[in-house]
Design a protein around this ligand. Structure first.
Ligand code: PLP
Length: 502
């Protein structure tokens, strides 16, 4: 399997190069030349296997230049009971006869980003080794809250790698911030950036595109890569859990082989839902992909109108990991919708850059709407979804997943669609204990309580144990205090890596 850029610049690259490089040299994203399929026989066989065997199978179809032994080793190093707190890795919980929750937050940082970022470092280090890479890999990360911590945990003390994480100073939850600024490891740096996630993401993209800096880095024996979902090595592991969820339901007799299901995904950068789209293309009988946005509803508007317009106010919400106006991974979907027409993709992306918006053609819009449905929930609706789900099912949703739940209910109300649905649950409620408790118990119950006291209260309310990685933060020292403006990010990288020194 070979890869090419969505903008036509790079072509015929094996997956190891693509994973090492992160983003294509023309600024586009890497996509596979074709999307491999799984037959019903494959599915029947995989239904009898565990998560890891399923992962090895799916990875082997996309990452064909890795040996089976390498993939197996990577997968077993990533998905095990030292890192995850359930043997199923990504369990499916039945909420009622209609709706199933795919819990993606049983990893070390309590958000779905672990599903990919526990694996990516192994894939990257293996790629470096097998291709005779001499340079150290420097991972630059822009985070809306969860990617940063997951990348830090995944790459900490991995030899031959360094990580620099940029997070928006005012844009992450207190627990998310605490998770990052207490991060241990000799090869990690965490920097607060003034502005929102888009500022951090644009700053990182500008550093990637800086040829002069790249040269300087080379002289020092460094090369950049990305652990954001623009890296193909982040997306493939995410395809696995949609396939696995469907297989779990099949095996449990909840659905039959030819029964279509809907998939609901709370969306920000469009990576997670794109993985579900690839799963559909591979043969999982998915009917609709329901794209749930928070008040930053640029994607919902796009799906409904075909116009992507980022020129709008940015809102800080209680689902901060979805506070995004430039959804990078949409570019991969546009490539597919346009039938692989990289010229058209390039035109749209250029228009987004210069005008802040683009409009896709009617054919592409039609194809988009055949598969995707977009909706959104504001903060009040998000809180209401947490409260009503708790009252009805005694199940506690985090605010991101609650956005998905609200939009799903709205979807069913508007369309009458009664397919069974899988809701991707993207974070543990303990990561956002304050807002979750405000929804369930009211403002008074939260007022004046510290972050760790809230964890205790939520544990009592939900009947769940506090994840050890969050409870343990109480004892940790703050190790990262640097902050900067977007235009200073490059200088910070130069300083942290000591690139200017001779
Ligand atoms: C990152 C994140 C999202 C958004 O996922 P995308 O792949 O960026 O669409 C949703 N919820 C949580 C908790 C996240 O961390």
């Amino acid at each position: 399997m070979l890869y090419k850029s969505t903008r036509g610049g790079d072509a015929n690259l094996p997956s190891m190069d693509v994973i090492k490089q992160g983003i294509a040299s023309d600024g586009g994203l890497f996509v596979p030349d074709e999307i491999p399929g799984l037959s019903m026989d494959d599915f029947r066989m995989l239904a009898q296997e565990g998560y890891r065997e399923r992962a090895v199978k799916v990875l082997s179809l996309f990452l064909t230049d890795y040996s089976q032994e390498d993939l197996t080793r990577c997968v077993y190093s990533a998905y095990n009971l030292e890192k995850f707190d359930v043997p199923d890795i990504a369990p499916v919980l039945k909420l009622d006869d209609q709706l199933y929750i795919l819990e993606l937050w049983h990893g070390p940082t309590c958000a779905f980003k672990d599903m990919a970022l526990q694996l990516l470092p192994h894939l990257m280090v293996t790629a470096a080794k097998r291709t005779g890479e001499k340079d150290d890999i420097v991972i630059l990360v822009a985070t809306s809250g969860d990617t940063g911590k997951a990348a830090l945990e995944g790459f900490k003390d991995v030899s031959g790698t360094h990580v620099v994480v940029f997070y928006p100073k005012e844009g992450v939850s207190s627990m998310q911030q605490l998770q990052m600024i207490t991060q241990e490891g000799a090869n990690v740096h965490v920097v607060a950036v003034e502005g929102n996630f888009d500022s951090a993401q644009s700053g990182v993209k500008a550093i990637f595109a800086d040829k002069q800096l790249e040269q300087k880095m080379e002289q020092k024996g460094y090369r950049f890569s990305s652990a954001n979902s623009i890296n193909w090595g982040r997306l493939v592991p995410q395809i696995v859990y949609y396939i696995s969820a469907w297989l779990n339901m099949l095996k449990a007799g909840e659905i039959s082989e030819d029964q279509l299901v809907d998939v609901v995904v709370p969306t920000g950068n469009f990576g997670n839902i794109l993985a579900a789209y690839y799963a559909k293309r591979m043969g999982v009988p998915i009917h609709r992909l329901i794209c749930a946005s928070n008040r930053n509803k640029v994607l919902a508007d796009f799906i409904n109108t075909g116009i992507y317009d980022r020129r709008r106010e940015f809102y800080k919400t209680i689902s901060p990991s979805m506070d995004i106006l430039i959804s990078s991974n949409l570019e991969r979907l546009l490539f597919e919708l346009s039938g692989g027409d990289h010229e058209r993709v390039k035109t749209w992306m250029a228009s987004l850059q210069s005008e802040g918006q683009y409009r896709i053609d009617d054919d592409s819009l039609h194809r988009l709407q055949e598969v995707f449905w977009g909706g959104y929930a504001d903060d009040a609706q998000t809180l209401q979804a947490i409260r009503s789900t708790y009252q009805e099912y005694n199940y506690v949703l985090d605010p991101h997943t609650a956005v998905g739940k609200w939009v799903y209910d709205e979807y069913r109300r508007q369309t009458g669609d009664d397919h069974k649905a899988i809701l991707a649950s993207t974070a543990s409620p303990f990561k956002f204990a304050g807002d979750v408790l405000r929804a369930i118990l009211g403002q008074d119950a939260v007022e004046g309580r510290g972050e760790f006291e809230l964890l205790d209260v939520l544990s009592r309310v939900s009947g769940l144990n506090i994840p050890l990685s969050l409870a343990g933060l109480k004892e940790k020292n703050i190790r990262h205090t640097i902050s900067c403006r977007q235009d200073q990010m490059k200088d910070v990288v130069i300083e942290l890596l000591k690139i200017d020194e001779v």
